[in-house]
Design a protein around this ligand. Structure first.
Ligand code: DLL
Length: 446
């Protein structure tokens, strides 16, 4: 364990620590974050009403839309000069969700990732091949600092160029791999392509997360890499990876760093706290974050909690694998994608209607995203006329231009490459009064 004293803390002491930290945190937010003070005042809550974790349910939720409405720094509790770093993740529209860290927050972030790595089987002196993306995404830099903090040798590989990554892993004898579960499968396939059997592949432990995965995928990853893989969970708004993580001993639920992140599971419709063990939405309150303290943050992730003692000795509650989300966010090859973002991206392309549908599938190893979108009447008529008068080259040229522009707009604004299929106007189903069916997810995850 990286911090055994804290990770095995007695439950009573942990409850007390959480209560004391919650009191301080609410008072700080009240004092320093005007939009949140207003929110608390609207709910007639004064900081003195919150004496401990049993008062948590009185506090209002914070949602991703609050971050968007206060873009970019409106919910920060410190001046931007006190920040040490900024990260960002996909927002629901064109603007990203921006998160900030003070030096102390970065220290905490590194410690949380070091705890996760140590729990996965990693230790000082081992080589960590870090294939999470480096950049605004929290995965790369988070595990980078975590690995260094644990005393590991970090290879900052980032994502992409798989053939080269596999060469480096082989040559350096990397024992620990950090990446998304889908990328772990790609890497395993590349090992096989290079003629390396799972027994010969150097990786012993893999710490995988940032997207939903299943026990079936785990079995496949373990056998094809010849490694033991564990889940790691997190979200930028709370800190990034390291909110919770599995231990390699039990691999049965992810231990939540409860001394820093207070977790509840609530009913997705009523918002009522649910008893331990019931499935609902994970809501997290940060207890020690300085730059972006969040009260009852609605993660949108569906899970359940388990408070039973784990064989690894950690005393923290564990959350089950994420079962899905309450909103329409999709995760495609590890990248968060909101349908509204895709819509906003191709909205700038001439010649299209606003009707579209996203088809997500995984026929091979990787997720595939297809965007079906209708041509406008005007463009469709032009194309049809050109076809009729045998101007096939022109028609084809026009179609290709619209398709390329759409593809580029999606890649640049959403960060994923998608196959774009242009349809004749009126082809997609129209809403019959209910919610439009904009997403067809054919991946068999559960
Ligand atoms: O994905 C942080 C992270 C990086 C976690 C590396 C683990 C490893 P965001 O980009 O803000 O942050 O996306 C957060 O991704 O609300 C979940 O819906 C999903 N997610 C993250 N980890 C898991 C996981 C990072 N282990 C969103 N299982 C979260 C299922 C996950 N979903």
């Amino acid at each position: 364990m990286f911090e055994p004293g804290l990770e095995t803390m007695d439950r009573g002491a942990l409850d007390e620590l959480q209560s004391a930290r919650l009191r301080e945190m609410v008072a700080r937010v009240y004092q320093r974050v005007p939009p949140m003070r207003e929110r608390l005042e609207d709910a007639s809550i004064r900081p003195s009403d919150i004496q401990g974790i049993s008062d948590l349910h009185k506090l209002p939720f914070t949602r991703k839309t609050d971050l968007r409405d206060n873009y970019p720094f409106g919910l920060f509790a410190v001046d931007t000069k006190e920040l040490a770093r900024i990260h960002a993740s996909s927002g629901t529209t064109g603007k990203p969700t921006v998160v900030g860290y003070t030096r102390a927050d970065l220290d905490l972030f590194a410690a949380m990732c070091a705890r996760a790595l140590a729990a996965s089987g990693a230790g000082p002196g081992m080589i960590l091949h870090n294939a999470y993306g480096y950049g605004l995404f929290t995965g790369g830099l988070g595990f980078h600092a975590g690995g260094e903090r644990l005393g590991m040798v970090v290879v900052p590989a980032s994502a992409g160029m798989t053939e080269r990554q596999v060469m480096l892993m082989r040559d350096f004898h990397a024992q620990v791999l950090a990446c998304t579960p889908s990328y772990a499968l790609t890497i395993a396939a590349e090992f096989a392509r290079q003629g390396m059997s799972p027994e010969e592949a150097p990786i012993q432990y893999a710490i995988l997360g940032a997207e939903p995965w299943t026990e079936t995928m785990r079995a496949e990853i373990d056998s094809s890499l010849g490694a033991k893989s564990v889940n790691v969970y997190g979200l930028s708004e709370i800190i990034g990876p390291g909110v919770s993580y599995e231990c390699v001993e039990a691999r049965s639920g992810s231990h939540i760093n409860e001394d820093h992140f207070l977790a509840e599971v609530v009913d997705r419709d009523t918002g009522e706290q649910l008893p331990i063990g019931e499935e609902g939405v994970l809501v997290i309150t940060t207890l020690t974050k300085e730059a972006l303290p969040l009260i009852r943050y609605w993660t949108g992730d569906i899970t359940s909690l388990d408070r039973s003692r784990c064989s690894c000795g950690r005393s923290s509650a564990r959350m089950s694998m994420v079962k899905g989300r309450t909103d329409d966010m999709l995760i495609v090859r590890g990248i968060n994608v909101y349908p509204s973002q895709v819509e906003a991206a191709f909205g700038g392309v001439d010649g299209l209607t606003p009707y579209y549908r996203l088809l997500v599938d995984r026929t091979g190893i990787l997720d595939e995203l297809e965007v079906e979108v209708e041509l406008s009447e005007d463009v469709f008529r032009r194309v049809a006329a050109e076809f009729l008068s045998d101007e096939i080259v022109e028609a084809d040229h026009l179609l290709r231009r619209v398709r390329d522009m759409t593809q580029r707009a999606i890649r640049e604004n959403v960060g994923v490459s998608a196959k774009v299929t242009l349809l004749e106007p009126g082809r997609l189903p129209r809403s019959e009064g209910g919610k439009a069916q904009r997403v067809v997810d054919r991946r068999q995850l559960l």
